[in-house]
Design a protein around this ligand. Sequence first.
Ligand SMILES: NC(=O)c1ccc[n+]([C@@H]2O[C@H](COP(=O)([O-])OP(=O)(O)OC[C@H]3O[C@@H](n4cnc5c(N)ncnc54)[C@H](O)[C@@H]3O)[C@@H](O)[C@H]2O)c1
Length: 418
Amino acid sequence: MAQHPKPSVTIVGGGMITGMQLLPSIYHMQRSGLLGEISICALNAAPLSRLMEDPTLRRGFPGQGFRPYPDPAKVDPDERFPELYREVLAAMPARHIAVVAVPDQLHYEVIKFALRQDQHVLTVKPLVLKHAQAVELEELARQRGLLVGAEYHKRFDYRSLLARRDYRAGRFGAFRGGQAHLVEPYYYRHSNFQNWCTCENSDMFTYVGCHYVDLVAFITGLRPTAVSVYGVVEKYPNGNQGYLWTDGRVVWENGAFLSVLNGMGYPDAGPGGNSQGMTLFCDGPKDGCLIRHSDQYRGVAHSYTEPGGDPGDTVYAEPNPDYFRLLDLGDGGLTPVGYGHRSVESIIHSIRRLEAEAGDDLEKRRQYLRQVDAAGIIATPANSSYNELVIEAGRLSLANAGRQAAIEYGEKPQVRLK
Ligand SMILES: NC(=O)c1ccc[n+]([C@@H]2O[C@H](COP(=O)([O-])OP(=O)(O)OC[C@H]3O[C@@H](n4cnc5c(N)ncnc54)[C@H](O)[C@@H]3O)[C@@H](O)[C@H]2O)c1
């Protein structure tokens, strides 16, 4: 059965990333006539009430809404429904869209279940935490002719696409050594992170380091071959322990290295939403070459009459207009702009195109998926599972006081301590 021209969307997870990026993008595409009904399923009703009442979303998308599971009108806000997403996904018509925005360690189960229900998948990064899981999901999706796109939105920052184009044209020579950092704000420690971004589940290298590791692969086409990660364990306000600071070093197949500092401690008093950037030094035939991105300070400085009402808001601010903003373009609501929006849009457009061009022809659907994999712009299990190998190697290294873990490619890629 061909997909409806306006596929419906079920978002699993109603937290920060859903509220600030996924839902506004999806609302916008719904308003533009590209998507049908939207449902959101969370662990409990409380975050769904917050999304329903969010003043920016109400102002930006007047008259639009979603079906909440569980329904805040019918259940206690904190009562948990960990398996409800299965019922919601199972009730969807085949070949519509599941958006996965649950904590990292739950991605695998939710994506697998969605694929088994014949749903296309857009998932937030990281796709999964183990390479073997990425391979399994790739195969499951291939069998059914379904697209799985992992939303690595830094890829859709124009500066990344420019660097990729010019690197691949040979204009930067060969990457030799680089530094990247992404330090999230201190106030994150007080949010839901303290319940899941804990030592046994994740760490700052896994949670945000993957952005720059993925970006270096995206730009250069090189594969990572070894990883070492040192971590500092600190207590969250609720007493849980997390690797809140990490220093990772990734070695690439040509011997180049990238060092990546990650943390959850950018001062709340600081003017940006976080601190981030990347410098890649390269060797050309006659001179050194360079790619340097200041990803936090984008040349905009504001000083307000008083700070906004959200955590981390400051009087003097350096806002990033490029990631995700809801702007008044004169059409009565707010329009999402930026690489966060382009990234979501690109995966959804690709799913829609697959259905429109290949319909029920499974071989054509697989051919389309091979093209998406080969183009390498959207991250898929087939073209980006080096990220899962880096995560596995990083977790192994962290658990062994920063010893280097090698990534071995071949028939069955794996990681082992050096
Ligand atoms: N820069 C990025 O790409 C970026 C930024 C933020 C978060 N993320 C990713 O998004 C994911 C979620 O992060 P977040 O910041 O929104 O987290 P969050 O803690 O704010 O939200 C997690 C949500 O998952 C829901 N959930 C948990 N278990 C569930 C279950 N069994 N069924 C249904 N819902 C369930 C919770 O109710 C909550 O709404 C993580 O994988 C994170 O790595 C990516």
